[in-house]
Design a protein around this ligand. Sequence first.
Ligand code: HEC
Ligand code: HEC
Length: 498
Amino acid sequence: MKSQLWILCLLSVVSLTGCQSDRAPSFVSNDDIDQLIPAARDVAVAEVEANFGSPSNLVVASYLNVDFGTYSGTVEKVKPDGSYRVRLNPQSPLASEERMAGLKGAAVTIAASKSAESTEAPAASEAPAKEGESSADEKPQVLQVVSFTVSPTQDEGEGVVGDLTVVSTDGTAVTVNEKDVVTVIGDTLQHGRNLYLRHCMHCHGVSGDGAGPTAQYFTIKPRDYRLGKFKFTSTKGGVRASRDDLYRIIKLGIPGTYMPSFMLLPDSESRAITEYIRWLAMRGEMEGMVATQFSDFSVDRLKEEDAGAVEKEFNDDWAANASDYRTQIEGDLKTGWTDSEDEQNVIWPLKKKAPDADPPDLELVPAPRKVPTSESIANGRRLFMHKDIACFSCHGETARGNGVSTETRNKNLLTNEMNEKPGLYDDWGNLVKPRDLTSGIFRGGRRPIDLYRRIHTGIKGTPMQGFGGKSLDGDEIWDIVNYVLSIPVHGATPESSK
Ligand code: HEC
Ligand code: HEC
């Protein structure tokens, strides 16, 4: 079953970016897609576009775990000037009464009311699916908000009353009656898009590829969101970043890099940007997944094989498997970005209840932060230098970030092949230096719990892998945290460990 997609035509993008319409921002395709034979490339681009649209024509794919911003309500009156007096309620946390007056360009459906009490609105991510089900045969028309003017005379009762003017996006006539159910969706995503283009795009790029116009001047490159990976998260290994992780990065920035803090933005704006960069990451991931799915059809084949035959093979494969491919990709994106919101996937310090029990007792209990005594710090140093943990192999014995791994050729963790050059590389292909721990600058936050999570789970997409669970238990990780925090003050070799 193909999920319903809602198209939001955004009239406002031109004026907001200050560009002429012929220079409206557009998404670029990733390099892997450019490597495909033309037929496969066209399908790949079309698939991504059908699910995400373009920066000036955002698409809401209802299966994604994104708070697109939903309002719902009822038509109270059809007015002589062609507008509708409606009563709307914000249905998702980011769709606020305060934002309502600015509603413009968002998609709206107005469906004949089934029963008087059916005005209760579904959650944002479920809205379109439910609408689809309730009127399977008479699909609600997708319209577009031209304006919503909040009425100055609000009477008693729930919601905000205002005059809604809509246009149909496909040229069909709009027929709306009193008591019809209204759903407006996409306002938050648009709001996030506008803010992103203003504050983030010049570094992170329109597509979130990390290649905005200013990026070329930086040695530490802005994150390319399209891998769907973020480095500094509170979540377990293999789990994506949570909304709160990204929100926190926006608020605090990344110390020691060009990533600024946006502390002064109102929360509602940082939250809207968070939804937008999650959505960009999902878009990038979908592109990557489609490219992988089609990887048998690279242009390289055309050097030796007949183009027509390869194209036919592709077309046959796509005809046979399109719906399976879509189900798989949609499922992966949906679960991936829903798991990251699951509290069970956040790292909290734990330790074995009875570490010495025989037979072993696997029960875990909370491990509160240990007091940074000289014993704890010394044990942290011991573990840092332990051959099985081997922090020193990357960070160096003096913790200045100059361990032997920075000079030797290492394995690429993605391909499992040896890198061409010595040093450590991240999954984006950038050379990464192990942190100089004497500097006291921590990119993922300097709270003890931040460092705990860095050591427990590692830094995602980098060679620094996690040590939690198997190698180290909670108390040991706290010892290392205490040691790491002591380095800028007392140096890397504490007296007691000599
Ligand atoms: C002046 C350039 C610049 C601007 C403007 C900028 N960033 Fe960044 N951003 C960076 C750099 C550089 C990094 C990579 C830092 C690193 O790798 O440690 C980064 C990394 C990130 C990350 C990755 C965090 C992680 O855990 O991996 C996120 C998310 C992010 N930025 C979001 C934003 C958002 C949202 C905005 C706009 C509100 C923004 N950035 C504006 C330069 C910038
Ligand atoms: C395989 C090499 C490697 C090993 C082993 C390693 N690290 Fe790292 N570490 C890195 C790299 C690379 C970075 C920087 C990653 C980045 O920001 O892209 C880093 C960053 C850090 C940071 C900075 C976190 C922040 O928020 O800025 C800390 C703290 C740290 N490592 C501690 C440790 C400790 C403690 C150990 C041992 C338990 C360890 N590392 C083992 C490579 C390693």
